[in-house]
Design a binder for this molecule. Structure first.
Ligand code: Q46
Ligand code: ZN
Ligand code: ZN
Length: 320
């Protein structure tokens, strides 16, 4: 955190701990937390994410964003349990699971855990090798399926993820660069429940990465700082750098890019968002909604679990 030396909180004039150029202001710890709560409350209310009767399942990775969103929702009085999926990405997964569990234990919160290797016989490095696709492809498919399933099985009414403003703006820039109209139409902070899939919600879309990290530091939340070793080469990292360079030139431009898209552009694309793809029915193996006979997750499990396990260092070496 970097309050300018001698700078004062905009609200109380006490010494500031953080400067937020996009708000053209500095804040002390107390008023910074208040600003974060206000931004999250505004997102929840403006986009009609959920209310206090909802049972929320938070996708928890052990990183700053997922722990910050879980903490914020509990603080704001919502009912939220966590779900952690052990991806089997070597030490990264072992350590991230410990952070998630410690956070839950210290606060008496319920964390459901699923191990890909233990319960489905594969891990992400092996799935990537077996399918000859980038790790994030098998990982995203696995997480989406397991979060949906856990939400429906457990009677949860919304799945929450910790995507922040930087994440969403980077995806938006990528989709805009290619004019991916169908993706753009669905890049919303709330995706309503449909076709047997639960509602998906992103309450942190009004907070930047730096702000969620600062939230954790001020609140005393220990989180895993290291990024997933499989993220290297992910093109969204390049888009984040580009947006940060623009933000440095013109504070507030990142928020304007994403939030004005949601307010002004997304409504014009609504017709694309509601067009349903092929008819959906139950997967013949697991019962999940799918347009084929067997869903993509069950096909992935079959391919990856039959492959000899691949360790992370081998995997990384193989991709250099
Ligand atoms: S965990 Fe999985 Fe991410 Fe790692 S393999 Fe890619 S998608 S980068 S959020
Ligand atoms: Zn203050
Ligand atoms: Zn299936």
């Amino acid at each position: 955190m970097s309050g300018n030396v001698g700078s004062k909180c905009r609200t109380c004039r006490e010494p500031a701990i953080i400067d937020l150029a996009r708000h053209n202001a500095n804040f002390c710890a107390e008023h910074f937390l208040e600003l974060c709560r206000r931004q999250v409350t505004k997102a929840i209310e403006k986009y009609e994410m959920f209310d206090r009767d909802d049972r929320i399942l938070v996708a928890v990775s052990g990183g700053k964003d997922s722990l910050a969103v879980w903490d914020l929702l509990i603080e704001l009085g919502y009912q939220a349990d966590g779900l952690y999926v052990g991806l089997g990405i070597g030490e990264y997964s072992d350590v991230s699971g410990e952070y998630a569990q410690r956070f839950a234990d210290e606060r008496g919160l319920r964390l459901i855990t699923i191990s890909l290797r233990g319960e489905y016989g594969y891990d992400i490095p092996t799935a990537s090798k077996a399918t000859r696709r980038v790790p994030c492809s098998a990982c995203g498919l696995s997480k989406r399926h397991l979060f949906d399933k856990a939400a429906l099985d457990g009677g949860y009414t919304a799945v929450v993820t910790g995507h922040n403003l930087d994440d969403e703006a980077a995806v938006l820039l990528g989709n805009t660069m290619r004019w991916e109209i169908d993706y753009l139409a669905r890049q919303l902070p709330v995706l309503p429940a449909r076709n047997g899939f639960p509602k998906k919600v992103k309450p942190l879309v009004r907070l930047t990465e730096r702000e969620t990290a600062a939230w954790c530091i001020v609140r005393g939340i220990d989180y895993l700082v290291d990024e997933c070793p499989m993220a290297a080469g992910n093109r969204h990292l390049g888009y984040k750098d580009t947006l940060n360079a623009m933000e440095a030139q013109s504070p507030g431009s990142k928020a304007a890019f994403y939030l004005n898209f949601i307010d002004r552009m997304a409504p014009l694309l609504a017709d694309h968002a509601t067009v349903e793809r092929e008819s959906v029915h139950a997967c013949s193996e697991c019962g999940a909604p799918t347009s084929g006979d067997v869903c993509a997750f069950c096909r992935l499990v079959a391919t990856a679990s039959a492959h000899e396990p691949v360790s992370v260092p081998m995997m990384l070496k193989g991709r250099r």
